[in-house]
Design a protein around this ligand. Structure first.
Ligand code: AMP
Length: 280
């Protein structure tokens, strides 16, 4: 695997490769890799001649400085995992490489970022859009891979690509879960054994909400039930449970085709998210 920390040498390397290879796949990550990330790399390897992964903990997408400081960083282990799964190129830049300037531009995604993650994490999606734009311009991939785990983020990136005419196709890869259903996440490393058990409550809540929707219960009652259920576990608090249309990401009260249930909350001080596509 070729590893780059600077934009210039990576661009020169990729320019040369692009003259001979058919397609470049790109998987942007913040590292502390797990099987969820590797599923994206494996998808990219199926469809592309070379796969580029980036590992960069993007400071502008963190609205909470403590969350940024405590974000797990395991670069040596990540490199071993990427080699094992056959990733071709790793881009692992410093903050100075990505944000040498005083970053003054900001993105506003309107209603798309006034709900759920955008509402609870002000500025988060502007930071995501900045770094994704920079990375797309640096790597110029043919296809980029994102996880359904961050579904609203995927919708934001779809919007970004469409409006700014980035010449890249997007893929949304299903959520990879632990055996008991917990969505894999780099933040799971920060949980104690007991918290790890309690964190299951979010996936269980999604399943409970799905069942209650099928039984015809109103969304507001379901939200109350889920809040009670989550907060019956020590250290767990619920931020939101919402139902949205998967295509345009508009919140809804009842299941239409392609609906998605989304949940977020804390276990101790660790913030976790999960979601469940309905009608699958
Ligand atoms: P992150 O490193 O958390 O920024 O994630 C990098 C990419 O991996 C994002 O597109 C995530 O949606 C995706 N991802 C994270 N966790 C999972 C998971 N459990 N299953 C599938 N994709 C995931």
């Amino acid at each position: 695997m070729d590893i780059f920390s600077q934009i210039g040498p990576l661009r020169a390397f990729l320019d040369q490769k692009k003259s001979v290879v058919k397609s470049v796949g790109f998987v942007p990550t913040m590292g502390a890799l797990h099987e969820g990330h590797l599923a994206l790399i494996k998808e990219s390897r199926k469809e592309n001649t070379i796969t580029v992964c980036s590992i960069y903990v993007n400071p502008t997408q963190f609205n909470n400085p403590d969350d940024l400081a405590k974000y797990p960083r395991t670069i040596e282990r990540d490199i071993d995992m990427l080699k094992l799964v056959g990733c071709d190129v790793l881009f692992h830049p410093s903050n100075d490489e990505i944000y040498p300037e005083n970053s003054i531009i900001a993105f506003d995604f309107g209603s798309l970022e006034q709900i759920m993650e955008g509402k609870f994490r002000p500025g988060h999606f502007s930071g995501v859009a900045k770094v994704v734009s920079k990375l797309f311009n640096i790597v110029q991939p043919h296809i980029a891979y994102f996880g359904q785990k961050d579904f609203q983020q995927f919708k934001i990136v779809e919007n970004l690509v469409q409006e700014l005419k980035f010449n890249v196709q997007l893929r949304c890869v299903p959520i990879q879960r632990e055996k008991d259903g917990l969505a894999m996440s780099s933040r799971n490393r920060r949980l104690s054994d007991e918290q790890r058990q309690n964190a299951l409550v979010f996936y269980q809540s999604l399943q409970l909400a799905k069942k209650l929707l099928e039984q015809g219960l109103s969304l507001s009652l379901i939200k109350e039930e889920v809040k009670k259920y989550c907060e019956s576990k020590p250290g767990v608090s619920l931020e939101y449970l919402e139902l949205a249309e998967a295509t345009n990401f508009v919140q809804t009260e009842s299941v239409k085709t392609n609906a998605i249930l989304l949940i977020a909350g804390h276990v101790g001080e660790v913030r976790l998210i999960d979601n469940l596509l309905l009608n699958e």
